[in-house]
Design a protein around this ligand. Structure first.
Ligand code: GAF
Length: 372
């Protein structure tokens, strides 16, 4: 493994172990996690691999095969840029009272660039599972995910929900991870498009619009404000949608419409999977995209064009996945239409003078684990 060779070369020693944590796509349930709602992500075959040894002091020495040089940190606070995702995990575990000292780490990521497939959650979770094992912390998967999210929320400063870290920590091969983000109960639901003559394609727009982070925080705030106005703990608790919409207007009204209907779409999609009706989930994917575009307003032209061109090319359904404002679209495509969808999306991008999107088949893959 090249991460092990790089560790040897950097630290003149063998790593104590090697861990891998994947990125994710979300099948459905977007912007519902921080509203105590439902999500249904699965792990992708790409992620972060980390070769790690513990240290007897508190020093963190860190190298990424995707960046130059070795970063040496006397304390997590000294970290900058990408290293903050790693340092934040040390910080979060120590804050929670775990006996975590320093470590030497080499990390290697292969999540497609700009795809919005949660490479940051993969990095956090890979480091967290490594420290969990090396320091004998005994944290089960959801605890790992919560520590990784704490790193991202309170150290990196991105107010994300729990979906990405939980998917990375808890996903299983051939399954999607259904999660109730209020109780944190999870269920691994069999999801096997290939068994139904289908392919799940990821169309990576390769763009990430600058407003992504600010707009994410703003959407979260709007949802919290709307919940307060409606007198509920979170939008999960809205049971009378028509009544709620009658009491709101403008953006808050639109946000509520999305979150409440999106939770229902997750439940409906689970029902179809249970019935073995994978081919029938396309309409829910399309409806989710329209709701994210028109009600939650987190799409962008590159995502919309990818969705429309996929459906035109023969996809049974398609939607943006993840936070929005760039990143990827997922498209559920019958085997015999894969080429037509590729051509349709590529032509639509070429027509607009946009760089060709990366198109990758996504197979539901395993969650975080020790490799060696
Ligand atoms: C991002 C966040 F990190 C997730 O927590 C989730 O809110 C998602 O956007 C939208 O569903 O990936």
């Amino acid at each position: 493994m090249r991460v092990v060779e790089a560790f040897r070369e950097t630290f003149q020693a063998e790593p104590e172990g090697v861990w891998h944590a994947p990125g994710r796509v979300n099948l459905i349930g977007e912007h519902t996690d921080y509203n105590d709602g439902f999500v249904l992500p699965f792990a992708v075959p790409w992620g972060v691999t980390a070769a790690v040894s513990p240290r007897r002091d508190d020093l963190i020495r860190l190298r990424s095969l995707q960046a130059d040089g070795v970063v040496t940190l006397g304390s997590p606070d000294e970290a900058e840029g990408w290293a903050r995702y790693v340092a934040g995990v040390f910080w979060a575990l120590r804050e929670a009272g775990h006996p975590v000292r320093g470590a030497d780490l080499v990390v290697d990521g292969d999540v497609p660039q700009g795809a919005g497939l949660s490479s940051s959650a993969a990095l956090e979770v890979a480091v967290c599972v490594a420290l969990n094992d090396l320091y004998g912390l005994g944290l089960e998967g959801m605890r790992v995910a919560l520590a990784a999210r704490r790193a991202e929320n309170d150290f990196v400063g991105m107010p994300c929900g729990i979906m990405d870290q939980a998917a990375s920590a808890l996903a299983q091969e051939g399954r999607a991870l259904f999660m109730d983000c209020r109780s944190l109960a999870t269920r691994n639901v069999p999801f096997d498009p290939a068994g139904h003559g289908l392919r799940l394609l990821i169309v990576n727009t390769g763009v990430r619009h600058a407003l992504a982070d600010g707009q994410y925080a703003r959407r979260r705030q709007e949802c919290e404000n709307a919940a307060k106005r409606l007198g509920v703990a979170s939008l999960r608790d809205v049971t009378d949608l028509a009544g709620a919409l009658g009491r709101l207007d403008g953006d808050e009204r639109r946000r509520v419409q999305h979150v409440v209907t999106e939770n229902h779409r997750v439940e409906a999609l689970i029902g179809l999977l249970r019935a073995g009706a994978v081919r029938e989930i396309g309409a829910l994917l399309n409806a989710s995209h329209l709701s994210l575009r028109d009600q939650f307003q987190v799409s962008c032209p590159e995502l919309d064009v990818a969705v429309e061109a996929s459906v035109r090319g023969g996809a049974r359904g398609a939607r943006m996945t993840g936070g929005g404002f760039g990143g990827s679209v997922i498209a559920l495509v019958p085997d015999e239409r894969v080429e037509a969808v590729r051509e349709s999306v590529s032509a639509a991008y070429a027509e607009r003078g946009w760089a060709a999107p990366g198109i990758h088949p996504a197979v539901p893959s395993a969650g975080a684990r020790r490799l060696a």
